[in-house]
Design a protein around this ligand. Structure first.
Ligand code: AN7
Length: 364
């Protein structure tokens, strides 16, 4: 018997916990199954006895966690006969929507804030061939327009207000429990629309619930910690923010779509929301790169920045096991990365052995 099983994506892997049938055509690019990397150098650097893991979602097919939700949303859109999908996006959702639309053979329309999406995300979305509609406005304005236009045109919305998105994204929590054998004590996430924090909580909750068809995998659920950029922190302000600003353009969102859902997560998990300045976010991004060899995009580093602050204050106590989700790949935003490394501009030397030797010996 052939015991070799090929991994073909998260819907196939968690099929019995997702809304698909035997006949559903799965639209997949092999997403999910991302590494859970234990940090080795940062805990030593901060001198705290904490066990920190990062769930590196930047290694999904389009470089962000959005692929988990998009495989599910596009699968269901196609099953329902949809010929076109639409989203507003700060960049990653548009890249994922574009890729899965290609895979399905349907059209993708994406509304993006002009000049405010990272270069890699724009490059991807162009290459996949989506119809890009740039607006003179931010994500929140784009989202409002998408909701309106969906009533006037035959398009399926694939933003996280589409419940199938959260169904797909909840599988990240399943993977963590499968790997650790139980849930962590704390789970830290960057928060924009708050779809992902809602999805993780759903995932942990379903794995801890004995249903007619599934037995419980774990009884434990983590404390959920949601971190926002200081200039785009409606959950910290306790109200919507009209002109969100942050260098972490992925989470430059002032009117989160999963507002009530995320407050429920905070209450049910005894968790909290907090914010990090752009400087703290960039410092955490650089720290991950330079101490662990993990390159995530700025928004993603907000989870670690928040965790480090709460570990330092003791709010997250020593002895804790913590998972931080790194939502997107660092290669998505080359401009911000290069700007951060101004002091490390590569030197240019003569193409001679002596010059190369000197460059090495001067720096060793
Ligand atoms: C890297 O692509 O909203 O709290 O339009 O790209 O579930 O919104 C992106 C969000 C975190 C926030 N990290 O997740 C979009 C978009 C990265 C992101 C978030 C986003 P949610």
């Amino acid at each position: 018997m052939d015991t070799h099983t090929r991994y073909t994506g998260l819907i196939e892997h968690y099929r019995d916990r997702l809304p698909v049938s035997e006949t559903t055509r799965l639209i997949s690019l092999g997403e999910g199954n991302t590494p859970l990397i234990q940090l080795q150098n940062i805990p030593r650097l901060i001198g705290k006895d904490v066990d920190i893991y990062v769930k590196f979602e930047g290694l999904n097919p389009t470089g962000s966690f959005k692929d988990r939700g998009m495989t599910m949303a596009v699968t269901k859109a196609v099953e329902a006969g949809s010929q076109a999908i639409i989203c507003a996006s700060t960049g990653n959702t548009s890249a994922a929507a574009a890729a899965y639309a290609v895979r399905a053979g349907i059209k993708a329309f994406v509304l993006i804030p002009e000049g405010k999406i990272a270069l890699g995300k724009l490059a991807q979305t162009l290459m996949y061939g989506a119809k890009i509609i740039q607006i003179n406005g931010n994500f929140d304005a784009g989202m409002a327009l998408v909701k309106e236009v969906a009533d006037h045109a035959p398009v399926t919305i694939v933003n996280s207000i589409n419940p199938f998105r959260l169904e797909g994204q909840k599988t990240a929590a399943f993977e963590i429990v499968d790997e650790l054998g139980t849930a962590p004590d704390y789970h830290c996430l960057p928060v924009g629309n708050a779809g992902n924090i809602t999805a993780y909580w759903k995932g942990y909750s379903e794995y801890s619930t004995d249903t007619a068809t599934h037995k419980a995998v774990t009884d434990k659920r983590p404390v959920m910690c949601g971190y926002q950029a200081a200039g785009a922190a409606p959950f910290v302000a306790g109200k919507m923010v009209d002109n969100p600003e942050t260098i972490a353009t992925a989470i430059r969102i002032g009117h989160p779509q999963s507002w009530d859902l995320a407050w429920n997560v905070q209450k049910q998990s005894n968790g909290w929301f907090d914010s990090q300045t752009d400087q703290q976010i960039l410092a955490a991004q650089k720290m991950l790169s330079q101490y662990e060899g993990i390159f995530c995009e700025p928004a993603s580093a907000t989870s670690l920045a928040g965790a480090l602050q709460d570990i330092a204050s003791g709010k997250i106590p020593e002895g804790s096991r913590i998972v931080c989700t790194l939502t997107g790949n660092g290669i998505k935003d080359p401009d911000t990365a290069i700007a951060q490394c101004k002091d490390a501009v590569p030197v240019t030397i003569d193409a001679s052995l002596d010059a190369v030797k000197k460059a090495i010996l001067d720096n060793i």
